[in-house]
Design a protein around this ligand. Structure first.
Ligand code: GTP
Ligand code: GTP
Ligand code: MG
Ligand code: MG
Lengths: 274, 290
């Protein structure tokens, strides 16, 4: 785009196509294109700067630091629809936190899906973090309770709770999440420090409905954006941050334990721009 | 809904006097918005709207007493045209066992769908073997094994590489007099050349009668990239679109079919083993339009 010689309708059409194909969505795309026209921008380098700032301003005031209460057990809950990368994110984040000097412990909170407990246990072994589990079919809230007790006994300061994938349209599954939250608050006397929704960058506009619905059930504190190593650009994240003011805290860029890093809005926007 | 919005548009436009050709443009913009919101691909939508416009002008929709309904009818016809004709079946080929590969991106639902497909074929009186050829994902074999046990289908997992596992599975299936073996594979990116080559080699070596691309029904614009690449490298015979029990409109279906021409054979509508349905183009067209 930025190799065009002038800003004309052809360029703006091309730009609209690129932005929509990046899952930015029609509303934000139209808003940006209209602002470009209103600004009467003449050079393509000016255009790139303008676009960069347009996107960067969406992240103004967003704090992507983790909420970690010192001297206490912090509970992080990982939630989201099926197959987005929650279990992998728990494993990678346990590894990340361990390297940061924290003492993480994992709760195998997906007691529903076939071999989910096996999967998270293997991740625990891979990154050297204890996994507290019960049998498949157990009440996830009871696993979380046990995990909190284990965290106290083993002097761990961050408990990462893996949960089963769930469609946001199933109210009984949202109730299950709320129950997990209540058990945390009841057992520790305070709420989970982080409720992280794990969002797959290849998914489209439905993600907005997902965030909206999950947010009505539990108080979301952050987004983890996964699978950015594919060809999807994850443009829907701009709409999410703008609409719900939930910070993106981490991105996952592959399947290895270290393919995981804190979210950097500038870096994300750089690779997002056409 | 869309019909309602189009009715409002034409009502307002008629209020200004007789409708003209260019009034169609506003209706087309509304349709475009609906389709993009449904995650249909930008280029697919553009071409579809050109066809709708040409038909609308040809039929002189703007002269009609019910222009909204008429445009919707044209749009429906065009959608169903793209989404495909008759219900497709599973082709088991002539050799025994017939071989089905399930391929696709990470987390799209291959392992779960393998078990669902096995269950469906069981109900059609086939002898089925499930093959766990995913040697990468932690506990992938166990996942398939647990699902297989639920439906009493043998699950073959022996071997260090996918090729070894499939070779052993063929012998096993022949001993069991199985009609079909369903091969679950590792999730992979279409841009991972090495992993795509692995699939290409497996496909050439074992010549499955079906290679089904499993795609998450909530996929956005990237659906075109994924489908194009897989279809370019492998003889894809069909597509299964999963996780359509949520409220995703599923525009990816339109994009994938338009770009590959390969039939969407099934849709996944839940996590249970029975949650696999045949794909019906007309039902799906309504879903996409919201
Ligand atoms: N390429 C790529 N694959 C990823 C990434 N994160 C996770 N995956 C893969 O995506 C697949 C699904 O990951 P899981 O961690 O099982 O996802 P999940 O959300 O826990 O799935 P459910 O519990 O079944 O809902 C696995 O094959 C992961 O290796 C990523 O950042 N990039
Ligand atoms: N709600 C819903 N969930 C589904 C559907 N199909 C699969 N899932 C879920 O999606 C998640 C991922 O499914 P898997 O079968 O593990 O996906 P996969 O493609 O084998 O994943 P990888 O092997 O990591 O590439 C699991 O939680 C499944 O239960 C569906 O149609 N609806
Ligand atoms: Mg999981
Ligand atoms: Mg799998």
């Amino acid at each position: 785009i930025f190799s065009f010689s002038k800003i004309d309708d052809d360029l703006l059409d091309e730009l609209e196509m690129e932005l929509i194909q990046s899952d930015l969505g029609l509303e934000l795309t139209n808003q940006l294109i209209n602002e470009i026209k209103r600004q009467k921008i003449t050079s393509t380098s000016e255009l790139r700067d303008f676009m960069f700032n347009f996107f960067l301003s969406i992240f103004n005031g967003m704090n992507s630091q983790l909420n970690i209460i010192p001297e206490k057990i912090n509970v992080f809950i990982y939630l989201g629809v099926n197959g987005t990368g929650k279990t992998s994110a728990v494993g990678k984040m346990a590894y990340y936190l361990k390297n940061m000097g924290y003492s993480p412990i994992i709760a195998a909170g997906d007691t529903f899906r076939a071999a989910a407990i096996d999967q998270i246990k293997l991740w625990g072994e891979r990154v050297g973090v204890d996994v507290i589990a019960q049998k498949e079919g157990a009440d996830p809230a009871s696993v979380v309770y046990n995990a909190i007790e284990a965290a106290k006994a083993r002097n761990k300061n961050i408990l990462l709770v893996d949960t089963a994938g769930r469609m946001h349209t199933k109210s009984n599954l949202l109730e299950e999440l709320k129950k997990i939250e209540r058990v945390v608050e009841k057992t520790l006397g305070y709420k989970a420090s982080e409720n992280l929704i794990v969002v797959d960058a290849t998914l489209g506009q439905n993600v907005i409905k997902q965030v909206e619905t999950f947010r009505n059930a539990v108080d979301l504190t952050g987004v983890i954006l996964t699978k950015l190593d594919g060809t999807a650009k994850g443009g829907v994240i701009f709409n999410i941050v703008k609409t719900f003011k939930i910070p993106v805290k981490f991105v996952s860029i592959g399947e290895d334990k270290d393919d995981f890093e804190p979210f950097d809005p500038k870096e994300f926007i750089e690779s997002f721009l056409p | 809904n869309l019909t309602g919005r189009l009715q409002d548009i034409f009502r307002r436009l008629r209020g200004k006097g007789r409708l003209s050709e260019k009034d169609i443009e506003e209706a087309l913009r509304e349709i475009r918005q609906a389709l993009l919101e449904a995650d249909a691909h930008y280029k697919v939508v553009k071409e579809l709207l050109n066809n709708v416009k040409a038909k609308a002008l040809q039929e002189e929709v703007f002269r009609s007493v019910t222009p909204a309904e008429q445009i919707i009818k044209i749009l429906y016809y065009e959608l169903i045209n793209i989404l495909g004709g008759d219900r497709s079946n599973i082709n088991l080929g002539v050799r025994k066992p017939g071989i089905i590969f399930l391929v696709g991106l990470q987390g799209s639902g291959k392992t779960t769908t393998a078990a669902k497909l096995a269950y469906r074929l069981l109900q059609e009186q086939r002898r089925v073997v499930l093959v766990g050829a995913d040697t990468f994902r932690p506990a992938a074999g166990k996942q398939l094994k647990v699902l297989g046990e639920k439906i009493k289908v043998p699950v073959y997992l022996e071997g260090k590489t996918p090729q070894e596992i499939i070779e052993g599975a063929i012998k096993f299936s022949q001993e069991k007099l199985a009609d079909v073996m369903i091969v679950d594979t590792t999730g992979r990116l279409h841009i991972d050349d090495e992993m795509m080559k692995e699939l290409e080699d497996l496909s050439k070596r074992f010549e499955p009668s079906e290679i089904l691309l499993v795609v998450d029904g909530m996929t956005g614009q990237d659906a075109v990239n994924i489908a194009e690449k897989f279809n370019e490298i492998l003889p894809i015979t069909g597509v299964i679109l999963t996780k359509l029990d949520g409220d995703a409109r599923g525009g990816a279906a339109l994009s994938i079919k338009a770009v590959t021409g390969k039939p969407i054979k099934f849709i996944g509508v839940g996590e249970k083993i029975e949650d696999l349905e045949y794909f019906y183009p007309d039902r799906f067209a309504s879903r996409i339009l919201g």
